[in-house]
Ligand binder design. Structure first.
Ligand SMILES: [Zn+2]
Length: 199
């Protein structure tokens, strides 16, 4: 499976693949404040490292958990950003007002990001290691600023009434409607088929 695409489990235990289209929105799947605490998977810095190697960040240039150096404090900082994005991202998708305070936090977090490097012997693209937790938050914050501005029109909530998954539509046509065709797309097809059959 492509990095950045996650396998989720629905209420009735069915599994489906979901591509959030963005690292920031992918991060929202790892837990969050209030009711999202139930889904928390980032209990330690090692959990974050394990999650990152399968994330969209590793899509173009892979890295290993050994390439990462994340402190407990940096984990907490990444979770702060995640809490902020739990407020910001749904509001962007619904075209609702955003809190200046949240946006200023994102601005302040745009610091260092992971640095690409060329491996001299092979001329292959790699990362300058270690990649720190602060650089990870920098990458997330930089992307968050893009999501709120240039890419805002492409941030959507799944069209299904009972599904709140958020994604960045990276399709060329720009008409992605569902979190996953396997799940909400299909459920909708079945519903419209039944509606037609009942007429
Ligand atoms: Zn959905």
């Amino acid at each position: 499976m492509a990095k950045g695409t996650r396998t989720l489990t629905g209420r009735t235990g069915e599994t489906y693949r979901f591509d959030p289209g963005s690292l920031c929105l992918e991060l929202l799947l790892t837990g969050g404040p209030g009711p999202y605490g139930h889904f928390e998977i980032l209990h330690s810095a090692a959990d974050l490292a394990a999650w990152l190697v399968e994330s969209r960040l590793a899509l173009a240039v892979a890295f290993t958990e050994d390439d990462l150096r994340i402190t407990t404090r940096e984990l907490a900082a990444v979770k702060d950003l995640r809490d902020t994005m739990h407020r910001v991202a749904p509001a962007v998708a619904r075209d609702e007002p955003l809190h200046s305070e949240d946006l200023e936090h994102l601005n302040a977090w745009v610091t260092d990001t992971p640095r690409p490097r060329v491996v001299p012997e092979t001329r292959v693209l790699g990362w300058s290691t270690p990649i720190t937790g602060t650089q990870i938050r920098g990458a997330l914050a930089r992307e968050a600023v893009d999501l709120v501005t240039d890419l805002a029109a492409r941030v959507h909530e799944c069209t299904a009434n009972d599904c709140r998954l958020l994604f960045l539509d990276t399709s060329r046509s720009g008409n992605r409607r569902w979190c996953s065709m396997e799940r909400c797309g299909n459920r909708n097809k079945v519903r419209s088929y039944r509606a037609r059959a009942d007429q």
